[in-house]
Design a protein around this ligand. Sequence first.
Ligand code: NAD
Length: 486
Amino acid sequence: MASITQPSSASWDYAPAPESFRPEIAAEHGLFIGGAFVKPKSGKFMKVINPATEETLTRVAEAGKADVAAAVEAATKAQRKWARLPGKERAKYLFRIARRLQERAREFAVLETLNNGKPIKESRDADVPESAKHFFHHAGWCDKLRYAMPGGGEAKPVGVCGQIIPWNFPLMMAAWKIAPALACGNTCVLKPAETTPLTALRLAEIFQEVDLPPGVVNILTGGPDTGKLVAGHAGFNKIAFTGSTEVGKAIVKACAGRSVRLTMELGGKGAHIVFADAAIDQAVEGAIQGIFFNQGQVCCAGSRLLVEESIADVFRAKLLQRMQQLRVGDPMDKNTDVGAINSAQQRDQINRYVQIARTEGAEVLERCSGTIPAKGFWCKPTALAGVQPSHTVAREEIFGPVVALMTFRTVDEAIARANDSAYGLSAGVWTEKSAKMFEVARRLRAGVVWCNGFNLFDAASPFGGVKESGFGREGGRHGLLEYMAH
Ligand code: NAD
């Protein structure tokens, strides 16, 4: 038998596997209003870059007051007719959108990675399929809305919806907002984040391909000023916002005194609890996924890792060993686990928090493999050991690949520490004891609690927060109710 020579572990490495497909990107993008791409009345454009290379990808319009007014007018004009379509007819449009997204999945995945910096394996396996799933799921609801209504009452849309979204899951956030709104007979004006507008604009191409009636969805690119104009426009019946708690509060204030429905999907500081009786290797993997998925730029990231004291040393050693295997680098490489941070501003915020942690007495442990490119915005996966509940990094959202390690001794202490936060979006529990699992999950103040898993999503399952993580739900029947008048 021929002998096989194994390479020594020191020389062993992944072969590079860069994605070879590159979609065409126009040099300039207008606004999507009334079913067509139009030049902004503001006359303004802004650059969109690739955060992994700092290259300019394109220029997009910056919508001003007259553009917002035009989009609201188009959405208002379209709304009655769209709402009067029988549910089964609206469903056909949503099904077509979902199918075209699947057919163009590769193009969308590459575009998302180029614009956001996330690894191609994540945009390919999570963002794009999850977005298609939301359109499929809500297509199924269109002709069954009365079953979603409490008491089986008549299902009526809210009307014209202004929707403002962040940069961490640009396509997915657009799908989460648009799909339920359309299913219920509403029309939309969507404002993507300033750094990541490209997949939403490409989704508008799909709306044209499937002949979605003009004005049913309008897309306004721009920065915070455009967002303020959307939030302040009196023509909306609903404002749905996903983003930071600070901006969420500003929007609630801007809407005060108007008859406008609100949903606020805001920041988080997820507690991830690991009991000594957990399957430890699975829990380590869960902790890794919980904080390093999407470079930790996840509202529900498990950024506070609470480990039972008796296993803390072993857990820490295993966690660091696993972090050492995370490949940071070119997001277009299929082997990459941790891609680029979305902007220089975000990278600086993460670095600032790591510095604060150091000053407050935490031990900073960076681990990874791979080669960090010379250009672009990067942060190494980082664990902060010895964090106390009073430390800034235990209280504020860092929104990066940084996990704060803390310990506890009893179930009550674990719950008290987990709930000791202004936020209440997500939490995780790892234990092999199901009675303990249900007891802890019940006592955690968080909108979503995952048990023996983390970051698990389904279009049928409601997602949203409590406390400063906001109000309202997205997904499932609960998410539909947010877009129905009742
Ligand atoms: P951000 O609040 O800075 O911006 C979000 C959106 O609001 C962007 O489109 C931005 O242009 C717009 N905006 C900014 N200022 C505005 C204003 N004054 N009025 C109206 N619009 C304005 O948030 P971000 O940095 O883009 O995203 C990160 C934040 O989003 C994190 O806090 C994260 O936790 C949160 N987030 C929450 C969820 C959730 O479901 N709860 C999901 C994803 C992200």
